[in-house]
Write a protein that binds this ligand. Structure first.
Ligand SMILES: Nc1ncnc2c1ncn2[C@@H]1O[C@H](COP(=O)(O)OP(=O)(O)O)[C@@H](O)[C@H]1O
Ligand SMILES: [Mg+2]
Length: 417
């Protein structure tokens, strides 16, 4: 393995860079002197924002839902363009990236395990085999199956109902009684295909034990099977039946030994789903009074929710740059270079409707960015698709950063009609 930060001129193919972390990957590639290429569908490429389109050195147009064809097209493209690293920036394509890396003989993840990083049923199985603490789950096909699990009382109440393959809290419900179960299962099964590529999804449903307590996430960058943990981030969500992400903060505020435990558990989860060269994003919950992190999920991808930005603002570590170094087989720069703090809070509507007006107060130490324009349709606040924008705050201490971001969100008005 080469060490240092010198992958200048290297070429990396990103299998669908259009996720939240795509922009951070683009910035990091620019800083490292890495040339980024995208693999995507032509119609999806047409919807790329200008800044993403213009940052790409080239595009492999293919059908990412057709695995044999996509592998052939991408292999040919990578050989023709001298691509030296492959990464996915879209959770559902992480197994495809692993298969491609293997074909090309480039550093990648274990293709035999890679599907476990996308499918929560397989994920639960590999966690059990590897002894990674995770909530107990049962797999059901329909409402009747969910009622049978609930009436056995083996998982207690509340129960969490979630789709086998989704992200962004889509179709995830915390159910407090049998009367809510059928609707939760129907919601988890609502999408048989993932947009915008039209990828077919596993429509089975997980019924899961509810883990109370605070929630955290942690990135692990893995190179040659060796995990390098990144700082722990505190995650905030709404309470109740729908757990919509409301923000993130770094540092986590956890005592150092517990933060290390979270990093250790996240690394074990990443290795269990076959991450060998690349980044994993792991979410955990820690029961009150316990020091055992339970893994809610791990994905072989960069985090969403601008966590890259939060971590970099607080610690100076670029998760995206480290992930590029990892897929090029280089030692990643994961050592914090500053000890500050940052918090992000999402601007969410109270209900769905047409976005009429957004007012966000100015506050020193903060900036905000809107994701939706006036006139856009905003869905009900049930998952991350209702995010209107965000506020990011920086301070020397995390409590101050969170207070600042909360202050701005409290003074903001998101008006829908
Ligand atoms: N077993 C569980 N116990 C407690 N909360 C959970 C559980 N599963 C999911 N959640 C809550 O729901 C959120 C979304 O669930 P998750 O499994 O991460 O799905 P997604 O892939 O959509 O992000 C989690 O971040 C967490 O707040
Ligand atoms: Mg999640």
């Amino acid at each position: 393995m080469r060490s240092g930060t010198g992958p200048e001129g290297s070429r990396v193919l990103v299998v669908e860079p259009m996720g939240n972390a795509g922009r951070f990957l683009v910035e990091a590639a620019d800083r490292l002197g890495v040339h980024l290429y995208a693999a995507t569908h032509k119609d999806v490429h047409d919807t790329y924002p200008d800044r993403l389109r213009s940052a790409l050195a080239g595009v492999c147009a293919t059908d990412l839902t057709d695995v044999p064809r996509a592998l052939d097209d991408m292999e040919e493209f990578c050989r023709a363009h001298g691509v030296r690293g492959v990464t996915a920036c879209w959770e559902l394509f992480t197994p495809l990236a692993a298969l491609l890396a293997e074909r090309l003989g480039l550093p990648g993840n274990d293709p035999a395990l890679a599907r476990a990083a996308r499918n929560k049923i397989l994920m639960g199985q590999v966690f059990t085999s590897a002894g990674v603490p995770a909530p107990r789950s049962r797999v059901v096909e329909d409402e009747a199956g969910a009622h049978a699990v609930a009436s056995s009382r083996e998982l207690g109440w509340p129960l969490v109902v979630k789709p086998a393959e989704q992200g962004g809290s889509w179709g995830v419900s915390v159910v407090s009684g049998p009367d809510q179960l059928s609707a939760a299962v129907a919601d988890a099964r609502r999408h048989a295909y993932a947009e915008p590529h039209g990828l077919r999804l596993d429509t089975r449903v997980l019924v899961q034990e509810y883990v109370p307590g605070d929630e955290f996430s942690c990135e692990t960058v893995v190179v040659g099977g060796v995990p390098y943990p990144l700082p722990v981030v505190r995650k905030s969500t709404t309470d109740g039946g729908r757990r919509v992400e409301t923000g993130h903060a770094c540092p986590s505020g956890l005592p150092a030994p517990l933060a290390r435990q979270v990093q250790h558990t996240a690394a074990r989860a990443a290795l269990a789903v076959g991450v060998r060269n690349g980044v994993a994003h792991t979410e955990v919950k820690v029961r009150p009074g316990s020091d055992v992190p339970y893994v809610i999920e791990t994905g072989a991808r960069l985090p969403g929710g601008n966590i890259c930005e939060v971590v970099e603002a607080a610690t100076g570590v670029s998760t995206a740059a480290a992930s590029l170094q990892a897929v090029l087989g280089r030692m990643p720069d994961t050592t914090p270079v500053r000890d500050e703090a940052a918090a992000i809070r999402f601007l969410l509507p109270e209900r769905g409707g047409r976005l009429e007006r957004v007012h966000v107060p100015q506050q020193p130490g903060t900036y905000h960015e809107l994701r939706l324009e006036t006139g856009a349709l905003v869905p009900d606040p049930a998952d991350e698709s209702c995010r209107v924008g965000h506020v990011l705050a920086r301070a020397t201490r995390v409590e101050a950063a969170e207070r600042l971001a909360d202050l701005v969100v409290a003074g903001a008005r998101v008006e829908v009609s």
